[in-house]
Design a protein around this ligand. Structure first.
Ligand code: ZN
Length: 425
C-alpha cells in the first residue's frame, strides 16, 4: 500500500497547498511571478455554466451508473501547467515531428523525425532550444499524436520554454480533459471503483477551473506538484482514468452559480469538517461545511499511530514565539466530529494556543482527529483517525461508497452537500 499512501500524501498536500502562498515554497533566488488566489474574494466566474442539476434533489436511489448532464462538444479550455521550473538544462525527447518557433513566429524550424532537443539558457537573458536562440518564449509543438518526454514523463501538449534570468521554465499548454488524465492517477488510485474515480474527476476538474479563474495575466495557471495538483503528463492513460474523465466530461460542481475549491483529502476519520478550521479565509459555504462519513473505516488510514520527532514540534513552537523544551501538547478545542481545532503548546518559556491545522503541516501528523498524544523525551506519540485536512471529499469514503454501489453524483452530494453539478461551457 506504499504507493497508495504516496498518492494520498500527494492528495493531502495538494489541498494543503491551496491555502498556502505559493511563493513561499519557491526558490528565493529566482521567484516566478505568481499571485495566489485570494480565497476570501469571489470574482465573477470566468466560465459559463449550463445544465445545472442540484445534487440534493437528484438520484435518491443507489445505482452504479447515474444520468449526467450532456457533455459539451466545444473545444477544451487550455490549461497552462508549469512542468519544469528554474532549470539550467533539459532534454526533450520527441517521438516524431515537432515544430519549434518563437512566440511571435518570426523564427521557426521543424524536425521531421523522432529525436531529442536540448534546452539551455543563453547569454543576455536568452534561451536556446535546439538551434534557436532568443529572448522570446519558444514553443515546441508536437504534430499529430507525437509525444514529448521530459524526465520520463510523456506529454501530449505544446511546451512553452520561457527564459527566466539565467534559467528557464517550461509550461505545457494542454487541453483540460487531457490534463485530468495526467492528474487523476496521482490523486486517487487508478484501480479504485469507477464511480469513485468519476467523483474524483469532477472534483479535480472543478478545482482546476477554480484555480485558473482570473489567471490570464499570470505566466501559468497551475503547478504540476503538490502546490496545485500532482500531474505527470497525459501520454500514458489508464483505461479506468480515461473512463472516469470521459464519463464526466465538462462536469463541474458549483454553488450559487459559482465554482468553488473542491477540496479533498485521503481519509476524514468518520466525518468531514468546516473549511474554516483549516483555511480561515475560505468562503463559508454549505458544500464545505462538513458532513458525516461512514464509508471510510475499511481503509488503513482510518486509524493511525505515529511517532514524530519532538524537534519538529519545537521548531514549530519557535515560529509561534515559544522557545525552549516542549513539555506538553493539549487539545484545547475540538470540532463536533472530534477533530482538534486548537492545541495548547507548553514549553519551558511559556504556553500558546495554536491551530492544529498549522501544527499538522509543520510536524507531519496524519490528521488532527487526535485520540491520544503524549510528549516524550525525543518523540511525540500521536494516535487518531484519518489522513489529511478533513475538508470536502474524503477519498477513502468515496471509494467505500462506490464499492457499495453508490454512483458518483451521490458521492459528490455526500461530500459537497448543497452543490450543483453543471457542465462548463
Ligand atoms: Zn471519511
Amino acid at each position: 500500500m506504499r504507493a497508495v499512501n504516496g498518492l494520498l500524501i500527494g492528495a493531502m498536500l495538494v489541498l494543503i497547498s491551496a491555502c498556502m502562498v505559493p511563493s513561499a515554497k519557491q526558490k528565493a533566488s529566482q521567484p516566478i511571478t505568481y499571485t495566489p488566489m485570494k480565497t476570501n474574494v469571489r470574482p465573477a466566474p470566468r466560465f459559463k455554466l449550463e445544465k445545472p442539476s442540484v445534487l440534493d434533489e437528484t438520484d435518491p436511489e443507489k445505482g452504479p451508473e447515474s444520468s449526467a448532464p450532456a457533455a459539451p462538444n466545444s473545444p477544451d479550455k487550455i490549461v497552462r501547467v508549469l512542468v519544469l521550473e528554474n532549470s539550467k538544462s533539459a532534454y526533450i525527447k520527441h517521438s516524431g515531428r515537432v515544430n519549434i518557433y518563437t512566440q511571435d513566429k518570426s523564427k521557426k524550424y521543424k524536425i521531421s523525425t523522432a529525436g531529442t532537443v536540448s534546452i539551455k539558457p543563453a547569454k543576455n537573458g536568452q534561451v536556446q532550444v535546439g538551434t534557436l536562440i532568443t529572448k522570446q518564449p519558444i514553443l515546441i509543438e508536437p504534430v499529430g499524436d507525437v509525444t514529448l518526454t521530459l524526465d520520463k514523463n510523456g506529454y501530449t501538449g505544446t511546451f512553452k520554454v520561457v527564459p527566466n534570468a539565467n534559467t528557464f521554465n517550461i509550461i505545457e499548454l494542454t487541453p483540460l480533459e487531457n490534463y485530468l488524465y495526467g492528474v487523476l492517477p496521482y490523486e486517487m488510485h487508478h484501480t479504485w471503483a469507477l464511480e469513485a474515480l468519476k467523483a474524483q474527476a469532477v472534483a479535480a476538474r472543478t478545482y482546476t477551473l477554480k484555480s485558473i479563474e482570473n489567471k490570464s495575466e499570470e505566466p501559468f495557471d497551475l503547478y504540476s506538484d503538490v502546490r496545485s495538483q500532482v500531474y505527470r503528463g497525459s501520454a500514458q492513460v489508464y483505461d479506468s482514468v480515461k473512463k472516469a474523465v470521459d464519463g464526466t466530461r465538462g462536469q463541474v460542481l458549483s454553488y450559487k452559480g459559482e465554482l468553488f475549491y473542491t477540496y479533498y483529502h485521503g481519509n476524514c476519520g468518520g466525518g468531514t469538517d468546516h473549511v474554516s478550521i483549516w483555511n480561515e479565509k475560505a468562503p463559508h459555504i454549505k458544500p464545505l461545511a462538513g458532513n458525516s462519513c461512514k464509508f471510510d473505516t475499511h481503509s488503513k488510514s482510518y486509524t493511525f499511530k505515529q511517532d514524530i520527532a519532538k524537534s519538529l514540534a519545537e521548531k514549530f513552537a519557535r515560529t509561534q514565539g515559544l522557545k525552549g523544551t516542549l513539555s506538553s501538547v493539549k487539545i484545547s478545542k475540538k470540532t463536533a466530529t472530534g477533530r482538534a481545532n486548537l492545541l495548547t503548546l507548553k514549553t519551558s518559556s511559556g504556553s500558546k494556543q495554536v491551530r492544529c491545522a498549522d501544527f499538522r503541516i509543520a510536524t507531519g501528523i496524519r490528521s488532527c482527529k487526535i485520540t491520544k498524544l503524549t510528549v516524550g523525551t525525543t518523540k511525540i506519540h500521536v494516535e487518531g483517525h484519518g489522513y489529511g485536512h478533513g475538508i470536502g471529499m474524503c477519498q477513502d469514503g468515496a471509494h467505500g461508497m462506490a464499492k457499495q454501489n453508490y454512483n458518483y453524483k451521490q458521492i459528490l452530494k455526500q461530500y459537497y452537500p448543497g452543490s450543483t453539478l453543471a457542465v462548463v461551457k
